[in-house]
Structures are given as C-alpha cells and as structure tokens.
Unconditional design. Structure first.
Length: 380
C-alpha cells in the first residue's frame, strides 16, 4: 500500500475548513423554554396483614380482600415498602428471619398479581411492637406485615420564556466535535504510518503480527498488500536466471499464508529472506507452531522439487536433524530446539512441501514421509 502525500494534505485541508466554520460570531439566538415541575408525596401506609404464630404464609382472603384492592386504588405507585414484624417469643435472630420471610411473602403476592418491581423489604423482628407482648392478644397484633407506598402526583407548570443564548455555547460544543475529529485523524495517520512500517520489512512484519494483537480487517489489509508486493517482485524475478529470487518469494509467501492468514506462529522468522535479492540460505525454510503442534515446511515455486544433499534428501528426517539446530539456535535460554527435537522423535511433527502455483495464486501443502517422499495427502 503506497499512501500518497496528497491524502494527508486533503485531511489537513478538511480540518482547516472545519476550524473556520467553528469560529464564533456576535449573533444572539432566542430560544423558547418550557419548564416543568414534579412533586412527590410522603410515604403512606395502605394495608396491614397479620400472621399466625410462627407462620409466614397468608390465606387467599388476605390477597383478594386486602392487599390487591389497596394496590388497585392507588395508580401512581413508584415504590413499595414492606416491613415484617414478629412477637417477642423466640430468639432475636429467628424473629428477624421470620419477619423477613413475612415481608417476602407479601412481596411475592404483589409481584405475581401486579408485576410491580420497585419493592423494598425490611424486617424489624419484635423491635417495633405496637401492642403488649405479655398478652396473647398483644402478640397476635404484633405478628404482622405493614405495607407502605410512595405516590407521585404530577403537576405541570408551563412557562414560556424567550432567553438569550450566546453563540459561544455553540462554539464550545463545536470544540468537542473538533477534538474528536482531530483524534480520529491522528488515529488514521498512526495506522497509515504503522502499515508503512509493517510493509517495509517482511521479517519485521511477521514479528509485529505475531506479537501485537490486531483486528482481522487489519491483518487482511497487510496480507493483501504483501501479496501485491510479492507479485510485483515475481515479475522482476522471472526476468532473472537466478532461482534464488523465486525461492525467496516462495518462502515469504508461505510464511505470509501460515502466519497472517491461518494464525500459525513462525519459529525464528529472522531466518526469512529480507527481500527478493537476499542471497538466501541453505537449510529449513520455515517451522511453524499452533496449539502446541509443529509443522516444517519447504517452499517450492512451480516445478521446483526437493534436492539431494550430503545429509540426505531435503526434508528427510536425517536432513532435518542436521539443520534443526542451525534454524532454531541453541543456547541455555532457548528450549524450542528441545521441544521440536522431542516432537520429531515422537513422530508428532508434520513435514510438508508448499507447492506455489504460477502467479502466486495458490499454495498446495503436500505431506511428506520420513524419507521426504510425497504421501499423496494434502494438508491445510
């Protein structure tokens, strides 16, 4: 992707014109204002229900004759308070729980019949007794639940005024819009610079894609732009008799497909050719890891095939063993070599050739056996 300077110039021109349009003026605007006043009543009690000793359930007569009619006569209810009470018999903690169960019983009745949800529950145990707990009659009165409601009465006081509005208020709003646009433009410029940096070096691009989480649309842009660049390089490489140039392009295309498009992680991307004219290297083209599994890939453009070497045929098991340390690097802090070596020993590594079609339009991954012969199986 080659971004012309004219694109950024256009952005700056649009920004300048917007700043001009936001300049304040001395005009005074007149606006009509309608004011509304809202009044709210105090909490009032509407009903009280009583319970049998040590009980928290209610009979249907309480529901139909007491609770529901009281709610129907009060239409503008915004909040309901239900307070549960007990007599003085029993332990404090038990009476508190029993009072809460009585309040919850009433709450469930209200919710089931009227679907009113703004309900506040509270238990007082026997601390708010209204009768003498030393008599049976007094205790029966204290075993209760009290229901209170908040009502709203709306009165509208319509008042039409013409008020002066300084245009500076509008200018302050425009400044916020301007700030947002500035941030968006800055973000676009940062993305442009980032993409330019990513497209400047193939190994650097792979490192960035592997280490920095980025959205799929950005990965797609990077993939498509590198495909364009590789196809341009290919046209130049086809004019050359040096097969290394085509090989470099093939290695880059395979890494691009595996890492950017398919989500694999490339081990040691520093081994990749930096550009088409890189002198190239002898050895493994690429090792990739995903979900703890490893694959080793050799890239071949069109009719190119695996060659015999002094360590055996390219991509054979013996050849891989002889080139693995060179590819991975071996030091005390690098255990990836051991992991891949153990996976090879256990037969858990897939080895394949990436056959790249003419024009870089397609890649076929052909599975190899330990002797680097084709098995006839294709891989993704």
């Amino acid at each position: 992707m080659y971004f012309k300077d004219v694109f950024i110039k256009k952005l700056l021109l649009i920004l300048f014109l917007f700043i001009i349009s936001c300049s304040p003026n001395d005009n005074i605007e007149y606006r009509e204002v309608i004011s509304t006043n809202l009044y709210k009543t105090n909490k009032i009690q509407i009903v009280r229900v009583h319970f049998d000793f040590n009980k928290f359930n209610l009979g249907r007569e309480f529901i139909e004759d007491s609770i529901i009619p009281s709610l129907e006569t009060n239409k503008n209810i915004v909040k309901i308070y239900i307070e549960g009470h007990t007599d003085s018999k029993g332990k404090d903690w038990y009476n508190y729980r029993l009072g809460l169960q009585r309040a919850l019983t009433v709450s469930n009745i209200i919710f089931t019949n009227r679907n009113l949800q703004n309900i506040v529950l509270k238990s007082f145990g026997y601390s708010n007794s209204i009768a003498d707990n030393s008599t049976e009659e007094g205790r029966a009165i204290n075993r209760r639940a009290d229901i209170f409601i908040d009502l709203v009465e709306e009165t509208f006081e319509l008042q039409t005024n013409l008020i002066k509005v300084d245009s500076k208020n509008k200018f302050n709003i425009d400044l916020w819009i301007l700030l947002i646009i500035l941030l968006l433009i800055l973000l676009i410029i940062i993305i442009i610079i980032l993409i330019k940096l990513i497209l400047s070096s193939f190994p650097a691009m792979l490192n960035i894609v592997q280490k920095i989480p980025m959205p799929e649309f950005l990965k797609k842009i990077i993939y498509n732009e590198w495909i364009k660049k590789l196809k341009e390089f290919l046209q130049e490489a086809l004019k050359s008799t040096n097969p290394t140039k085509r090989g470099n392009i093939g290695e880059q295309l395979t890494a691009l497909d595996k890492v950017v498009k398919r989500g694999w992680k490339m081990i040691s991307p520093k081994n990749l050719p930096k550009d088409m004219n890189d002198k190239g290297h002898q050895g493994i083209d690429g090792i990739f890891e995903k979900d703890g599994k490893f694959i080793i890939v050799d890239s071949k453009y069109r009719t190119s095939e695996l060659q015999d070497t002094k360590y055996g045929k390219q991509m054979s098991k013996d050849w891989i063993y002889n080139n693995l340390a060179k590819y991975c690097g071996v030091d005390e802090e690098n255990d990836i070599y051991i992991k891949i070596y153990d996976a090879l020993e256990g037969g858990e590594v897939k080895c394949m050739v990436a056959k790249i079609s003419e024009g870089l339009n397609n890649i076929e991954y052909k599975l190899l056996d330990k002797n680097a012969d084709y098995t006839g199986e294709l891989c993704k």
